[in-house]
Design a binder for this molecule. Structure first.
Ligand code: HH2
Length: 261
């Protein structure tokens, strides 16, 4: 899954794809490089980011979706109105970082459309989520949350086979919390749904490389995290650097799937 942030303020690619033409070109490049789907978002969720109104989110995202109507797209939004418009314009997946808690109408929009859905764990909300997040047992708590959200979605008419789950790296988590979640990915996979991981360029990676004030991680560090998650069974990788991840994961998959001959 390639990432296109149609925002002026995302942590990783601030402003790069804010103009619709640039966003469309990036999405097409990512698809050519091997992305199965491109996740288009118009509201940054970085810690401390400002909220964006429905109208502004639509103004940013609609021209991009219109131009890419023939491409496999995901919409990164927690607003039902934005999701509905995106699905009308051909998006196939709703990536809701609030896991259907942000907008009471979201579950209905997803259920009625038959779209795919990504349910992500977040502790708190983006403005404050990195202020000393605490868990008794991060892996068990994230798994319990995702299980509850999965049950909620299914009981409101979303088909189970359309849903994937995401531990939400960096969303109310310290470096150690993120690492524990990758290490014990088996606990999330035991919920029976594909797992999506989004470690790409996240600040934890930069911090692990020795800069305590890092606000982002490198491409190589992102690939290291993706491969560790792949080894433990992750299915979908939400990434900025598509070509590099496709190359690395293709080799890892070839080794994994080898018959020894
Ligand atoms: N991370 C970000 C945004 N959306 N969605 C899912 N499912 N999983 C993630 O880990 C995830 C996500 C944050 O990354 P990015 O889109 O690069 O930055 P920003 O939110 O600042 O636009």
């Amino acid at each position: 899954m390639g990432i296109v942030n149609v925002t002026p303020d995302s942590f990783s690619d601030a402003g790069l794809n804010f103009e619709p033409e640039a966003a469309v070109a990036s999405a097409r490049r990512m698809l050519a490089e091997g992305a199965a789907i491109v996740d288009v978002g118009a509201e940054s969720t970085r810690p401390g980011a400002d909220a964006v109104s429905v109208d502004e989110e639509l103004r940013r995202v609609v021209p991009v979706l219109e131009e890419l109507h023939d491409a496999p797209l995901s919409i990164d939004t927690s607003k039902a109105k934005v999701a509905r418009r995106a699905l009308e314009l051909g998006a196939e997946l709703v990536n809701d970082v609030t896991a259907l808690r942000g907008d009471p109408k979201m579950v209905e929009v997803v259920a009625e459309s038959g779209a795919y859905l990504c349910l992500m764990h977040m502790l708190g909300e983006p403005r404050t989520m990195q202020d000393e997040p605490k868990y008794a047992d991060v892996v068990a708590e994230v798994a319990a949350f995702l299980e509850e959200r999965l049950t909620f979605a299914i009981s409101h008419g979303v088909r189970e086979d359309r849903i994937c789950l995401d531990p939400g790296f960096g969303f109310g988590k310290t470096v150690e919390h993120n690492l524990a979640l990758v290490r014990r990915l088996d606990v999330l996979l035991a919920l029976g749904r594909p797992v999506l991981v989004g470690f790409s360029r996240k600040r934890s990676l930069g911090r692990l490389l020795g800069d305590p004030k890092a606000t982002r991680g490198t491409t190589a560090a992102s690939i290291g995290a993706a491969l560790a998650a792949f080894d433990r069974g992750a299915d979908i990788f939400r990434v900025h650097d598509v070509r590099e991840h496709v190359e690395a994961l293709t080799i890892a998959a070839a080794i994994e799937g080898g018959d020894g001959s």
